[in-house]
Design a binder for this molecule. Structure first.
Ligand code: COA
Ligand code: AMP
Length: 630
């Protein structure tokens, strides 16, 4: 069957299509049907089945005689180490860890926060939670204590599993002090923490609250897999929205297993046993789906890479890893290739390695600019497939169904909708638009298995953020169009979310931090175009009357405040003091116009602008930061 037939087979019988895909999963009790309508536009998948994620990702491969196959390769150019874990070893390690967690009181439904760098223990912690039916929430290491505290207060974890430190090139990230700071800041306190001590930094453990990763597993009874309902949350992953409060995306167990398993062959075109590599971080959705769960569920070997595309030690690292481990399919963010291209424009490093085993490269996380795609194609000689998805969906909305049929690539488009997604372009009033017309990208409900059923503790916010604007649809927050051949084009976000080096950040969240500076009366944060990272945040602050301290002192404090409150990952380094912000007569800040000026693009003077002269002041401030050059 070709793509068109597969897509039509889903469309004509979604229930049959997903029940068939569910056959590839081991169930303790098979679901009686695929889709469950909860009512009022909420849906769940495989709700009455019983299964366990860890069983499907680990144990069943051992039972099937594949225990000797490598499950995880930890390749860390930062520490200069390489470590392989077979499926049998992984099962034993995870069962023991789960047993130790259970001995300390962790049970089905309890939340566990995981705050760890790119070490296999991060995946083991996720799988140990899944084994018990505990709900994990992984927090990215580049977030500050305050962001961790916000997540602790929302998820209310019984335990937190962390490492003593993370390693960034030339810098040790002191996880334990960040964790202690977060627990001090949070209202909810976990019962205990488990600390994986790394040799680069051994953290101080607080007697009675902090347990050593190895010590607390000593002599415990390994835990078996606990069957959970298909609609039991496998995890919560927080992502940025319009405001500073992150949204807790929930992933249900059954749909997650079925959908991710389907993607490995049909999108990434790998067979069980093949090596698959997603160069991301376990703190992001790409890391959840494609470093941890999907490759393991499908019986692949996954790579946990602790390094950067450049500088660890050079721009040949990607090709070295692909060649050394015989990677079949490789997934990264366009920004990583832009970094490699900057250091090695001619792709000379590629020639030093044998990457003949690699079949295709997949890009996601941000817009893939044509220059980067063309460069990657030229230097590797491999097909480059852009694909578009979100934390909310957990897997591809539109991409190349390479395992079904390699359709022609159209540069600038992440290709076509995957089965399960009825993608439509809508106008402001919610009417479908014609091919080639730009509008809001929406997906007709229900969303497919594996996507978010709602937000953690925030059903109203779920409805408001995704369901209420276009009744009957899920609003993606992206704008774009579909061409005559059914290829999708993603043009921009329709909200205040920006994308910095493939990381999703909220300008609203940064504005909340800036507004907390005692000298700041008013502020705006915009995302300006950046050659390497795609976008960079830029802040404008208006000072409280009477403040006459040097401006650069205040902007430095603002930069530090965002780093301390949100974290280094915000990459907030550009900030200017201005007298006034451009606004409409009703007081709305004209952020989109400011972005156009910063990027030296043509713009139409907004008809509702209150005082056009302010734009000249903004332009001067932008020029002072090296922008608005034209
Ligand atoms: N823990 C702690 N700090 C982290 C971190 C982590 N896991 N990840 C990043 N940071 C820090 C960086 O050290 C940097 O700090 P600095 O301001 O002191 O330099 C800051 O956060 C910004 O990081 P980043 O935006 O990633 O920039 P960079 O200059 O370190 O690296 C790239 C640039 C392009 C090499 C890097 O962004 C990259 O590899 N991107 C790949 C994108 C990706 O994997 N996206 C995931 C979604 S698919
Ligand atoms: P995240 O939830 O962090 O994965 O970010 C999701 C958002 O990143 C999407 O809503 C898009 O705005 C953007 N994005 C992800 N993949 C792509 C892509 N292939 N092309 C364009 N934008 C993308």
């Amino acid at each position: 069957m070709g793509y068109q037939e597969v897509y039509e087979s889903w469309k004509s019988d979604p229930e049959g299509f997903w029940m068939q895909q569910a056959e590839a999963i081991d169930w303790d009790q098979k679901p009686s049907k695929a889709l469950f309508e909860v009512g009022d536009n909420l849906y769940e998948w495989f709700a009455d089945g019983q299964t366990n994620t860890c069983w499907n990702a680990v144990d069943r491969h051992v039972e099937a005689g594949r225990g000797g196959q490598v499950a995880i390769i930890h390749d860390s150019p930062i520490t200069g180490t390489l470590h392989k874990i077979t499926y049998a070893e992984l099962r034993n390690r995870v069962a023991r860890l789960a047993g130790a967690l259970r001995a300390k009181g962790i049970e089905k439904g309890d939340r566990v926060i995981i705050y760890m760098p790119m070490v296999p223990e991060a995946l083991e912690a996720m799988l140990a939670c899944a084994r018990l039916g505990a709900i994990h929430s992984v927090v990215f290491g580049g977030f500050a204590a305050n962001e961790l505290a916000v997540r602790i207060d929302d998820a209310k974890p019984k335990a937190i599993i962390a490492a003593s430190c993370g390693l960034e090139p030339g810098r040790v990230v002191h996880y334990k002090p960040l964790l202690d700071g977060a627990i001090d800041l949070s209202t909810h306190k976990p019962d205990f923490t488990v600390i994986f001590q790394r040799e680069q930094e051994v953290a101080h453990l607080e007697e009675g609250r902090d347990y050593d990763w190895h010590g607390f597993q000593y002599g415990v009874e390994p835990a078996d897999c606990v069957p959970v309902e298909g609609n039991h949350p496998a995890y919560i992953l927080y992502t940025s929205g319009t405001t500073g409060a992150p949204k807790g995306v929930i992933r249900h167990t059954g749909g997650h297993l079925v959908a991710l398993n389907w993607t490995m062959k049909n999108i990434y075109n790998v067979d069980p046993g093949d090596v698959f590599w997603a160069a991301s971080d376990v703190g992001w959705v790409v890391g959840h789906s494609y470093i941890c769960y999907a490759p393991l569920i499908h019986g692949n070997t996954t790579i946990v890479f602790e390094g950067k595309p450049v500088g660890t030690p050079d721009a040949g690292t990607f090709w070295r890893v692909i060649s050394e481990h015989n990677v079949r399919s490789f997934f990264t963010a366009p920004t990583a290739f832009r970094a490699v291209k900057r250091d090695d424009p001619k792709g000379e490093f590629v020639g030093k390695y044998d990457i003949s085993g690699l079949r295709a490269i997949y890009l996601a996380g941000e817009r893939a600019d044509p220059d980067t795609i063309e460069w990657a194609q030229k230097v590797t000689g491999k097909p480059i497939y852009d694909h578009w998805w979100q934390t909310e969906t957990g897997w591809t909305i539109a991409g190349m169904p390479a395992g079904i049929e390699a359709l022609p690539v159209k540069i600038g488009s992440p290709s076509v909708p995957m089965p399960g997604y009825d993608v439509q372009i809508l106008d402001e009033a919610g009417h479908p638009m014609k091919p080639g017309e730009l509008g809001a990208i929406a997906v007709k409900l229900p969303l497919p298995p594996g996507t978010l059923p709602t937000l953690w503790n925030a059903e109203d916010r779920f409805r408001k953020s995704y369901l209420s604007h276009f009744p009957g649809y899920y609003e993606t927050g992206d704008a774009g169009m579909i061409d005559e051949d059914g290829y999708l084009y993603i043009m921009a976000r329709t909200d205040d979310v920006i994308n910095v080096a493939g990381h999703r950040l909220s300008t609203g969240g940064m504005e909340e931090v800036l507004a907390s500076h005692p000298d700041v009366a008013e502020c705006a944060v915009i995302g300006v175009t950046d050659e390497l990272k795609g976008q960079l945040p830029m802040g404008f602050v208006c000072l409280t009357t009477g403040v006459n301290r040097p401006h650069d002192e205040i902007t430095k404090e603002c930069v530090k405040l965002v780093r301390d409150k949100i974290g280094p990952v915000a990459a907030f380094k550009l900030c200017a003091v201005v007298d006034r912000l451009p606004k409409t007569r009703s007081g709305k800040i004209l952020r989109a116009t400011m972005v156009k000026i910063a990027d030296s693009e043509e713009f139409k003077m907004p008809a509702t602008i209150d005082d056009p002269a302010i734009l000249d002041e903004i332009k001067v401030a932008l020029q002072g930061m090296g922008y608005a050059k034209a």
